[in-house]
Design a protein around this ligand. Sequence first.
Ligand code: ADP
Ligand code: MG
Length: 467
Amino acid sequence: MYQQIWQNCLQFIKKNVNEQSFKTWFIPIVPLNLKDQVLTVQVPSQFFYEWLEDNYVHLFKQALTKELGPNARLEYSMIVDKGNENNQPLSVNISANTASKHNGNSIRDFNPFSLRGIGTNDQSSNLNNQYVFDNFIEGDCNRLARSAGYAVAKKPGITSFNPLMLYGGVGLGKTHLVQAIGNAIKENHPGKFVLYVSSEKFINQFIDALKGNNVQEFSNYYLNVDVLIIDDVQFFKNKEKTQEIFFHIFNHLHQSGKQIIMTSDCPPIELHGLQERLVSRFKWGLTADLQHPDFETRIAIIARKLQADGIEIPEEVVEYVAYSVDTNIRELEGVLISLVAHASLMRTEINLELAKQILKNLVRDIDSEVGIDYIQKTISDYFRVPTEDLKAKTRKKEIVIARQVAMYFAKDYTNHSLKSIGYHFGGRDHSTVIHAVQSVNDMIDTNANFRYKIDELKKRMKMRVLV
Ligand code: ADP
Ligand code: MG
């Protein structure tokens, strides 16, 4: 009787899924029992169970309702130990949560050894809905990465940005951006199975699958994804087996026009310890970097964060923080949080005094320790010219000006002799330095726009964060 009912359910299911899925996920199910409109079926593993629950719960519900009426329920019996001649297979019963609202592509931690998490409707896709494009501030530092991400979010798998590889140092927004892409895809294409996974998690899932003899299911699972987002692939370094399976998954998804998005803390060519064939595939699509945010972007990010939290702080404090914290955005957020926390604990308002106090440990005054390196870097950032050009022979106008300004600051802010300064600028002699300082002084006197720039740079030179 229950066999027949199950056969009928299968017929119905078969019409509603593709052949591959039907073979993979439904043929292995064994009907066990029917009692009080509860059909019990056996599934090979917890992973299997979770997959069914996450992807086919509606289909089951429909099939069962058709056969058994509105009170129909499905119960899973899962083999957790395959047994041997002496021992029967060990199985566990779980009630399916068929009534719960499911969004069709949710995913749980893949852990064949534990029953934790079952029955709770986990966050789908592992996406954090706080990370969206709307609150990802655009700046020169991230323009290419952001717009590529935006294009991918509109047409996943269809643009030539496949794979999309984003790289950059810590706290520069990689995770935020790829999560934003994932969230946007889910919104634009509700049918797509988007999956965000950190590399560590992928590695751990894979190790568990190896231990539990579930590698096939592990890869089936990933092969079903429409948009795969893998964060921090540098952790794949020297993990040969993981790289192999990832290579396999990557190829399969790529060939089927599925979108792959990855992040790394360095550019692909510096991913030593990753197989060459993998790295070369990473370069198939688009590689874009996230750079350190410039001053304007930092101001915009601070303003946006404060606005989101409904906090008002004086303009000069915003600027002070933006000047002081130029390492990364996570650090910037950290400073803002402690600023707001201090103010509310001490019941004072947020003012420059407080900001200075809080940043005291992070910021040092330029007079004591600034070096020529720092000056060159600051100037090259500001004028958007490569640091090397400051030391090179180039006579291009914008580079000459940047170089002269850097020399001017080196003279004013360090204890280096004119000779030593010349030496640090590509072995120029001291008269060149004197000439540079003179030119800058002249321009300050005659050009208001230039004067403004120098003032800005002075502020910028005054503080820097120790990391
Ligand atoms: P990464 O993954 O590169 O280490 P995250 O994505 O975790 O960096 O970013 C660190 C923090 O900075 C997060 O809280 C993120 O929201 C914020 N952040 C990064 N880039 C931006 C941006 N362009 N606009 C707004 N917030 C940002
Ligand atoms: Mg990250």
